[in-house]
Write a new protein. Structure first.
Length: 579
């Protein structure tokens, strides 16, 4: 096909390649420079593939190969694939936290899609912050998009015992600190816990966010449950590429998918899976980016009425994501919840959610529990408020000892992570199992980036006494693979003068999860005196992206997006006229 034989289809990419003018000649000639014929790209839907592969991201280690499967699907459907490298947010390698860069990936995704001759996109992600980062950017760009999840890795193994990434790292590290295992056993855990590419195979943040993406309707049905090493994952990648082309031809844009009913579905599914606490900040951000006013109260209300059905660590005790997949996967779990979901919500398949769930079956009722036999009768998360967290904080009741759901004890306060780390290994530390450990200055601005420091290590002195859980409070986050009585995302954060900045060691703190309260038992006059004496910390950054982050990031109860990127509720996202 020559340019003379091609009429504009009205697609975005035509504006680059179809007009008979000097600029379009330049665009076409540079495509020819790369060895393409006009027949390869001219007049075809051009699909951008945002590939978040890198040499430092083991969760996406297979993406260098998997992108070829996606390209094959695009070509089969008559499209033209264009691979674009996206920021690779490796949860295991980035310091201080990949959360610092989630919004950078979102901005990069939005601008790459807007600036290139792209008609639609495939988003390749999976490692914790890559899923929300990609979705945030693509939703704001507004072009047809479909998400391709990385898939969980194979289960780990230690002396015949299945290991869950993250969760068992914490467990065995406590045992090593307690002196019950030595260096050789610890090395065996290290070498056996991550056996293949793919993201964490517990229901941590990665599995939570890919499940949320599927529940929102942004993936092919069942895509989020397929293990990364399974050849069904290759086929899903190719199917995703084919579907991306079809979505462009159909004009199926994100605003038709990411609706209030879809967000409500995602909230219910998240609670039923025993989701990571990180789901809160990402769900809030994604909903608000789409102009949907999701709040902490909405999440808490759903949690009160949604049982945890996925018996997967860390909320569950035995199973991992491979077991979940073979038990029927997310489609089976959603089918179990069908009377609670908005089945008319449109998905990237072009079908309403209810149609995509037809035929889904549960093959192991201990892995995916029935509604009358859940692993936890309420949802995964609870939102607490009080004078310690007036704008809210989050706990995961399903993953902690029940005795801490109503607890009162003295605070032991740490102002920094290094201070805390040194103290918990001090055998002379003045601490009991009833103390409440508090780490502050670790929020969105204070961290910076709200690092995953919230699962404070239990003091070694207590570990040797047999203690394996205690109450911990922080304005930071914790890994979705973590567990225990951890209260997180305290808002407003201490770095900007939130009440957490006023707590002193020895203050009595009361936690009442059933009544959703968290308070320090300090009278108002004393708190006012402390507030008057409080001195704001020095800013972390004076330039660059870090400066932009700390000056524009919203608080945890708003999703930690940038204030200038949120969509005005009810207002459409308008593409600027770039020509």
């Amino acid at each position: 096909m020559s340019k003379d034989d091609t009429k504009s289809s009205g697609r975005r990419s035509d504006r680059w390649f179809v007009p008979d003018d000097l600029r379009s000649m330049g665009h076409r000639s540079r495509m020819l420079q790369m060895g393409y014929d006009e027949a390869d790209f001219l007049g075809k839907p051009i699909i951008g593939i945002i590939n978040t592969w890198s040499d430092t991201n083991p969760c996406h280690g297979h993406f260098k190969d998997r992108v070829e499967d996606v390209k094959r699907g695009i070509l089969q459907a008559g499209g033209f694939p264009v691979e674009l490298p996206g920021l690779s947010l490796s949860e295991s390698q980035l310091k201080p936290t990949s959360m610092l860069y989630r919004n950078m990936l979102a901005m990069e995704t939005e601008e790459m899609l807007r600036a290139h001759p792209i008609d639609g996109t495939v988003l390749m992600g999976g490692c914790d912050k890559s899923t929300p980062g990609l979705v945030l950017g693509a939703v704001s760009a507004g072009y047809p998009m479909i998400f391709m999840p990385a898939g969980p890795m194979l289960r780990g193994n230690y002396r015949g015992e299945a290991l869950g990434s993250g969760s068992d790292s914490w467990k065995y590290w406590d045992e090593r600190r307690a002196g019950t295992i030595g260096e050789s056993e610890w090395k065996e855990v290290e070498q056996g816990i991550a056996r293949s590419f793919g993201h964490c195979m517990t229901f941590g943040t990665a599995s939570t966010m890919t499940a949320i993406a599927e529940a929102l309707g942004l993936t092919l049905p069942g895509a989020s449950s397929i293990p990364a090493a399974d050849t069904n994952h290759n086929r899903m990648a190719t199917q995703t590429g084919r579907r991306a082309v079809e979505m462009v031809l159909e004009g199926l844009t994100p605003d038709k998918i990411l609706t209030r009913p879809a967000v409500d579905n995602a909230v219910i599914v998240a609670m039923a899976t025993g989701c990571s606490t990180n789901a809160v900040v990402h769900l809030l951000a994604m909903a608000r980016r789409a102009g949907i006013d999701l709040t902490l109260d909405d999440l808490d209300a759903a949690s009160r009425t949604t049982p945890v059905l996925a018996n997967i660590r860390p909320s569950g005790k035995k199973y991992l994501m491979e077991d979940f997949y073979f038990a029927g996967g997310l489609r089976a779990l959603m089918a179990q919840l069908s009377d609670r979901l908005n089945l008319d919500a449109i998905t990237v398949s072009g079908l309403p959610l209810g149609e995509t769930l037809k035929g889904a079956e549960i093959y192991n009722a201990d892995v995916i529990r029935p509604l009358d036999n859940p692993i936890y009768h309420e949802g995964s998360l609870a939102v607490l408020r009080g004078n310690l967290a007036p704008d809210g904080c989050v706990i995961k009741p399903s993953a902690c000892e029940s005795r801490f759901l109503n607890h009162e004890g003295p605070a032991l306060v740490f102002d920094s992570y290094p201070e805390m780390k040194a103290a918990v290994d001090d055998d002379d530390l003045d601490v009991t199992a009833d103390h409440i450990l508090i780490l502050r200055n670790a929020g969105p601005q204070g961290g910076p980036g709200m690092p995953e420091w919230g699962m404070l290590p239990i003091p070694r002195k207590l570990l040797r006494q047999g203690v394996r859980d205690m109450l911990r409070i922080s304005d930071s986050r914790m890994s979705g693979t973590s567990y225990g009585a951890c209260i997180l995302h305290v808002a407003p954060e201490s770095h900007i003068g939130g009440p957490l900045a006023l707590v002193k060691t020895g203050d009595i703190v009361r936690v009442d999860v059933p009544n959703r309260r968290i308070d320090m038992l300090v009278d108002d006059a004393e708190l006012e005196a402390r507030r008057a004496a409080w001195v704001a910390p020095k800013p972390h950054y004076e330039r660059g992206y870090g400066w932009m982050f700390v000056n524009h990031v919203t608080q945890a109860d708003k999703g930690c997006d940038f204030d200038f990127l949120e969509t005005r509720f009810g207002a459409p996202v308008a593409e600027p006229d770039i020509f």
